[in-house]
Ligand binder design. Structure first.
Ligand code: FPP
Length: 263
């Protein structure tokens, strides 16, 4: 089902889906879920449609997933929308993904009322200077517009890799040290975390990657060190509420083994 031009859908669910959600909600729901939305191009190839269409369907799946997360009481979602590595793809594909971001961020700006109504704070996370200037501007406008909202958080990682983020944080701390603004003994895990792009966010409780690849591809390496990881065989545009519920059940099962001293 196409979501139309919106990030905030209200498609509703069937009675069976509602019952299943209610059952899963009897257990602990993760506060923060991160997604590696992998498999758009393989999906496009399978359907004999262009890559651009595959990415557009990937965006539609993102909006559907946000609605499910909201219904389940997940308060923070982080998605890997474009990695620094993705700049190495063909110019045609990079341009297509930038155009998709340009259009969809524009839609997000126009949904100001709905974002405020739902209390959604949106953060675009990454080395934003690597993005075209107009996208940087629109990203900053979105962040400013929603910065006071605090009921739900959506983090969209663009021009992001975890190694670049960690290197950036170390560089900021080194600059502070050289200028005498921080002592060497003050540089610890907490200081490093507080200079990451994600410094305003909690660490993800659950990280989901679609498409059957079992790796993190430089996503949230620092933040996900204690997250439950769930790798799903399905391509991202085929991801369904049932897959999400299965991931949450897996999360509930995994955390039930954790002893009080484990994080
Ligand atoms: C990975 O699949 C997906 C991407 C690199 C892009 C993800 C982007 C979206 C889902 C759209 C989000 C858009 C906005 C504006 C937030 P892939 O292209 O690597 O596919 P493959 O693994 O089959 O090659």
């Amino acid at each position: 089902m196409g979501g139309g031009d919106t990030w905030i859908r209200k498609d509703g669910r069937s009675w069976l889906q509602k019952v299943a959600c209610d059952v899963v909600k009897m257990g602990r729901i993760p506060n923060h879920v991160a997604f590696i939305m992998d498999g758009n191009r393989r999906f496009a190839k399978r359907l004999h449609i262009d890559r651009a269409q595959g990415h557009l369907m990937g965006f539609d799946k993102l909006t559907e997933t946000l609605e499910w997360c909201s219904d389940l009481g997940i308060t923070e979602v982080t998605v890997y929308a474009f990695s620094i590595e993705n700049f190495k793809r063909s110019k045609e594909e990079v341009d297509c993904l930038m155009e998709l971001a340009r259009q969809k961020f524009g839609v997000l700006l126009s949904e100001r009322e709905k974002l405020h109504q739902h209390g959604v704070c949106v953060r675009i996370i990454g080395n934003l200077h690597m993005l075209p200037l107009d996208i940087q501007e629109i990203a900053n406008e979105i962040m400013e517009m929603t910065s006071e909202n605090n009921r739900a958080f959506l983090n969209v990682c663009m021009a992001y890799t975890a190694r670049e983020e960690i290197a950036h944080s170390v560089k900021e701390l080194a600059t502070l040290a050289v200028n005498g603004d921080i002592r060497l003994d003050e540089i610890d895990e907490k200081a490093l975390s507080s200079h990451l792009y994600t410094r305003m966010s909690s660490d993800p409780d659950l990280l989901i990657r679609t498409s059957g690849e079992i790796r993190l591809s430089d996503f949230l390496l620092w933040q996900a060190s204690h997250s439950i990881l769930s790798f799903v065989e399905v391509l991202w545009p085929d991801f369904s509420l049932w897959h999400l519920l299965a991931c949450i059940l897996y999360y509930q099962h995994q955390i039930s083994y954790r002893t009080a001293d484990e994080i």
